[in-house]
Design a protein around this ligand. Structure first.
Ligand SMILES: Cc1cc2nc3c(=O)[nH]c(=O)nc-3n(C[C@H](O)[C@H](O)[C@H](O)COP(=O)(O)OP(=O)(O)OC[C@H]3O[C@@H](n4cnc5c(N)ncnc54)[C@H](O)[C@@H]3O)c2cc1C
Ligand code: SF4
Length: 487
């Protein structure tokens, strides 16, 4: 008798992704080489541990509910699926369409290989990972609108924080102006933590590696983490959303991106939970904007431009990342950068402003190859999946698409970093200086960049261009050249 099984992917770690009318389920933990854009993708071990543990735990819960489910470690998906099919007499698989493009391409090849073994593979649409399908997005817009317009459309469509007439709760769509504070008296927050479940223990033993910060690998844990965030951190999320602290990398951030991207939580349930919480509007709106707005927008933006995204390098930056991005972080003597890179190398996480205004800012101002930086982010972060890492790194942070996403390059001098962090007081550089030997590199790099790329600022930021007139351009270019030689 012909039997059908569901093949579960690593980003589909909860039952909502499953066709529970089926009896057979197979999860393959991929242990072999992964290629992304024709080069090996050396994913961090923490991500592999989450993938392993998440799959193991899901399979275990399916077995407990009486299903024939198996967790298989294999060098590739084909091998794992074939083993499962032969053992269980499976003649067809269903799979929920992968959200990562390079994985989707591989699944198409896999489909052909399985066919040669007389095994069918049916692909079904993913209705769980995002609020709306990409087909609907394309129907709605001929090309991605600015994020703010899309976000308002989504608020109205899903009736999130809007009244019956479609007006925003509190009278404003955006509370960003209240969300740019730095509290000097901030006390480090406490991260959510949990016990090591069986899957995690097995995964850590398999890889001989321990997760440095707790990441859920079971749906129940992810729900507890969401609860913890809402009860303990949401009430100050907005205000300190952009702040960076030497001794508190997490501040009031939710730390939920990895769980949402692996499918342990649905973006919709997270947004609804926060929307129904009684807290100040700047927190609620600030958080909902991140998921209903940015997360959703990035996915559709990537899908729309995926064919050209990897071909563009607007500023023609080609320098390799400094070695200290990969190891020996102490070789960097810029405190903001060293602190952030060390955290990423240790914990595979940093928050948004560290990604954008420290790592991204440094890379853009020192003319690093945006595509190498993209690979670096992809390999290091546990929340990195192609559809989200690529548009964030290439379009938002490095402006490599020439402004299809951001209206201007995200760059800043030390003034911004000093305002939003306590890094500068522990740094060997002087954040106030531009021209001295100990001047903060971000200062002269910033002006050297503006000088070199005036057209990127002329329309949107004429005041930047008029301030450039007060700068000793020769001096900043000279300091820049000296600094670049050290990298
Ligand atoms: C250069 C760069 C690279 C990034 N790479 C990734 C990545 O690989 N994976 C990833 O999930 N996010 C990425 N982001 C977005 C953002 O930095 C992370 O989602 C966030 O820091 C995760 O921490 P958190 O869960 O505590 O987020 P919170 O600050 O608590 O925000 C809540 C949620 O909003 C969503 N979100 C916020 N901003 C974005 C955004 N710009 N794009 C997509 N979702 C967003 C995330 O799901 C996040 O969990 C990147 C941003 C930049 C600037
Ligand atoms: S002085 Fe410059 S390099 Fe040092 S922490 Fe501040 S911004 Fe970073």
């Amino acid at each position: 008798m012909s039997k059908t099984a569901q093949f579960i992917l690593y980003n589909q770690l909860r039952e909502d992704y499953l066709d529970m009318s089926l009896e057979h389920f197979c999860y393959v933990h991929h242990t072999g080489k992964i290629n992304f854009l024709e080069q090996e993708l050396k994913l961090n071990t923490a991500s592999k541990v989450i993938d392993y543990a998440g799959g193991y735990n899901l399979v275990e819960s399916l077995q407990k509910s009486g299903k024939n489910a198996e967790f298989i470690c294999a060098a590739n998906f084909f091998e794992g699926m074939l083993t499962f099919a032969q053992k269980n007499n499976i003649s067809s698989f269903i799979i929920i369409k992968p959200v990562e493009n390079y994985v989707f391409e591989n699944i198409l090849k896999l489909q052909k290989k399985l066919k040669k073994q007389n095994i069918e593979l049916e692909m079904r649409e993913d209705t769980q990972s995002f609020f709306i399908s990409h087909a609907l997005f394309e129907k709605q817009y001929s090309k991605p609108p600015v994020m703010e317009n899309f976000y308002r459309y989504m608020r109205k469509k899903f009736e999130i924080m809007v009244d019956n007439d479609g007006n925003p709760e509190g009278g404003s769509w955006n509370y960003d102006s209240e969300n740019r504070s730095f509290d000097k008296k901030h006390q480090a927050t406490k991260l959510f933590s949990g016990d090591k479940n069986e899957g995690l223990q097995k995964a850590e033993a398999f890889y001989n590696f321990e997760l440095k910060i707790f990441q859920p690998t079971k749906r129940e844990e992810a729900l507890l983490m969401l609860n913890y965030f809402v009860q303990n951190h949401l009430e100050r999320f907005g205000e300190l959303e952009d702040a960076m602290y030497q001794n508190d990398p997490y501040v009031y951030h939710s730390m939920l991106s990895t769980s949402i991207n692996f499918g342990l939580l649905s973006p919709k349930e997270v947004v609804l939970r926060v929307a129904n919480t009684d807290t100040a509007l700047n927190n609620k709106e600030g958080f909902i904007r991140q998921i209903l707005g940015w997360r959703e927008y990035m996915y559709h933006f990537f899908q729309h431009y995926k064919d050209s995204m990897y071909l563009r390098n607007h500023f023609e930056h080609e320098a390799d990342l400094p070695d200290f991005f990969w190891s020996q972080v102490e070789k960097s003597d810029m405190n903001c950068l060293t602190t952030t890179l060390k955290q990423v190398q240790d914990e595979n996480f940093s928050h948004h402003i560290q990604r954008l205004m420290v790592i991204g800012n440094f890379s853009l101002l020192t003319e690093r190859d945006p595509h190498e930086l993209n690979r670096w982010f992809f390999e290091y972060y546990t929340d990195a999946f192609e559809w989200v890492v690529s548009p964030n790194v290439l379009a938002m942070s490095q402006f490599s698409d020439g402004g299809r996403l951001a209206t201007k390059p995200y760059i800043a001098s030390a003034n911004y970093i000093n305002k939003m962090s306590d890094y500068c007081k522990n740094c060997s550089y002087n954040y106030k200086e531009k021209y001295t030997e100990d001047a903060c590199p971000f200062n002269y790099l910033y002006w050297a960049f503006v000088d070199r790329n005036k057209t990127a600022f002329e329309g949107r930021q004429p005041f930047v261009i008029s301030n450039l007139k007060k700068i000793d351009v020769e001096k900043v270019q000279e300091l820049k050249s000296k600094f670049m030689k050290k990298l």
